[in-house]
Design a protein around this ligand. Structure first.
Ligand SMILES: NC(=O)c1ccc[n+]([C@@H]2O[C@H](COP(=O)([O-])OP(=O)(O)OC[C@H]3O[C@@H](n4cnc5c(N)ncnc54)[C@H](OP(=O)(O)O)[C@@H]3O)[C@@H](O)[C@H]2O)c1
Length: 246
């Protein structure tokens, strides 16, 4: 039976790869992101789109109204919106403490607030039994991210997942996290990735390659399946072994 699938960050990268998989199943897919033109050009057959900044409660209320009108019920909710702030406007001040406050606030808004606000807005619409909530964390949540801001913003999703899984378990809804390592061919790094860093990230894996959006989408697709009905409150790492090291 066709399901209703809501994907934040669905216009690019991992979210887009997931959207293609679910649409390929014949599911009804809604893509969310801030840039309307990116969503419109995503090219997922039959997908609905709704542009919104999911870190803004007012805009999330608008998305919830849209979902109520178009879907009614949400079978699968995937939170792929996020980023490390590479592409966000820089701090307006040169003061080092202002820069720290900016970095941590941007990362919290991009990664934590987007996921929590959208979840809370749609929680009562999740299909029962069988609803699925899936968050995107990162290998950074386990080993840091440089400044710590991105890692902490992702790690915040782990206890939220556990609380939500307890809350929604009685409605036979599962809640899980997928934590990727380095994934290529997404908008995540903008033009900040250089050859040496890329090689170092690949070298950390046991598989000797970068992750692809398809790797992550396949894991999300499995966790959304009927077969994964007894998996909940878990953080599944998909990183070619990089988190364990050699
Ligand atoms: N690529 C990696 O190596 C990697 C590794 C670990 C984890 N991840 C995580 O995987 C997820 C997907 O990332 P990706 O690699 O596919 O990068 P991506 O292509 O940049 O996807 C991120 C998406 O999030 C959307 N987004 C960002 N802020 C938003 C907001 N406030 N409201 C609504 N949408 C917002 C972006 O669209 P707009 O800019 O148009 O809003 C974009 O479509 C992210 O959560 C990322 O942190 C990625």
């Amino acid at each position: 039976m066709a399901r209703n699938v809501v994907i934040s960050g669905g216009g690019t990268g991992i979210g887009l790869a997931a959207a293609r998989l679910f649409a390929g199943d014949g599911d009804r897919v809604l893509l969310l992101g801030r840039r309307a033109e990116v969503l419109a050009e995503a090219g997922v057959a039959g997908a609905l789109t709704c542009a919104a900044d999911l870190s803004d409660p007012r805009e999330v209320r608008g998305v919830a109204d849209f979902v109520a009108r178009e879907f009614g019920t949400v079978d699968v909710l995937i939170h792929s919106a996020g980023g490390a702030g590479y592409l966000e406007p820089p701090a307006e001040s040169d003061d080092p403490l202002d820069a720290v406050a900016h970095d941590w606030t941007v990362n919290f808004r991009l990664n934590t607030l987007t996921a929590v606000l959208l979840t809370e807005a749609l929680k009562e619409r999740l299909a029962e039994p069988g609803g699925r909530v899936l968050f995107l964390s990162s290998i950074a949540a386990f080993r840091g991210s440089g400044s710590g801001a991105y890692a902490a913003a992702k790690a915040a999703l782990h206890p939220y997942t556990h609380d939500l899984a307890r809350q929604l378990g009685p409605r036979a809804i599962t809640v899980n996290v997928v934590a990727p390592g380095y994934v290529e061919d997404t908008g995540f790094f903008g033009d900040t990735m250089d050859q040496a860093r890329r090689e170092r990230l690949i070298e950390e894996t046991s598989t000797g390659r970068a992750g692809t959006p398809g790797d992550i989408a396949a894991t999300l697709h499995f966790l959304a399946s009927h077969a994964a009905g007894h998996i909940t409150s878990q953080v599944i790492q998909v990183n070619g072994g990089a988190e364990r090291g050699h």
